[in-house]
Ligand binder design. Sequence first.
Ligand code: NAD
Ligand code: ZN
Length: 353
Amino acid sequence: MVPKVVFGEGCFDQLTTILSSHKKDKAPFIYLIDDVFETNTEFIDKINLRFNDKLIFVSAAEEPKTSQVDELVKDIRSEFTNLPSGIIGIGGGTLLDLAKAVSIMLTNKGSAADYQGWDLVKKKAVYHVGIPTISGTGAEVSRTTVLTGPVRKLGINSDFTPFDQVILDPELTQGVPKNQWFYTGMDCFIHCVESLNGTFLNAFSQSYGEKAYDLCMEIFLKEDSLSDAESRAKLMMASWHGGMSIAYSQVGVAHAMSYGLGYVLGTKHGIGNCIVFNQLEEYYGEDVVLFKKMVEKHGIEIPQGVCANLTDEQMEIMINVAMGMVPLWENAFGEEWQSIVTPEKLKELYLKM
Ligand code: NAD
Ligand code: ZN
């Protein structure tokens, strides 16, 4: 779990104070920042760069790759003789995952791809801080960093992955475009639905999942009485609780199939989950009905026909990637999942998307 967290409008201003006790001699703080902030001087000016601290702006246009992590680590190692005092990730799930992975790979040998899986990391990561600027993925609180590698898209799941410190400042989510707000917010809603309806459910996951689910209902269906600031603050906490819920359970059908879309078509996590979830009434009945109401209420466009022009080979890869997510299917349907989830069934569902 994340051992330290601050929350509240404007709490980003505490960053300098928080970092000061972690500064090591001649060792920089490296900031990995979503490049959407590159021209936002008011925000960037709040970051107090000292000595050899460094800002690296990274595009979130594509989800993080193991090769990208390796490249960043190589650059940091060649520029600085000392290991950094800390890595600070500022952005959405993409930047938060990159920051976690870079901090791990600075102290562990080889390529990030070698550590995709469960508990393969041997050494403690460099001190790392997560500062979300969009809410929903739960990446700020989770024990994983999802990376696309040469052979698979899979997380580095380890006790060294979670951030040492998280700064939850809802003010930072102000500029998020509406569609993106919805897609990433729905990632949280879907985490809750999949956790609460899964066979892995337990009291720990349920307590967090129910809270996050209720917050999502309030934000996306009954939000009319909420101010913008209240809504952003609540979504930030929904994301946190949704992440905590899956920490002790698993996600399910939407995530498994969304991984397939992501792998073959490069569809991003949030929108991919929405495209899939839209077609899952058979499995998540009432919650898919609610999802459709949310889509309508906010006038969101969910892409259609994304699999219409796939080649047979692409479809086969997509199905294999999805079927490979065994724990997700086990959570959704239990040990006998293979009697329900067949390549034919997945093809039928993909063709509806
Ligand atoms: P993202 O980080 O990909 O960002 C989405 C878009 O929003 C980008 O264009 C970004 O520039 C923009 N953006 C972010 N903050 C903004 C702001 N304040 N103002 C304006 N624009 C802003 O989106 P995401 O949905 O948060 O993250 C998706 C990634 O998270 C995927 O790579 C996925 O694999 C990963 N993920 C990780 C976990 C985990 O537990 N580690 C869980 C779920 C998803
Ligand atoms: Zn997700």
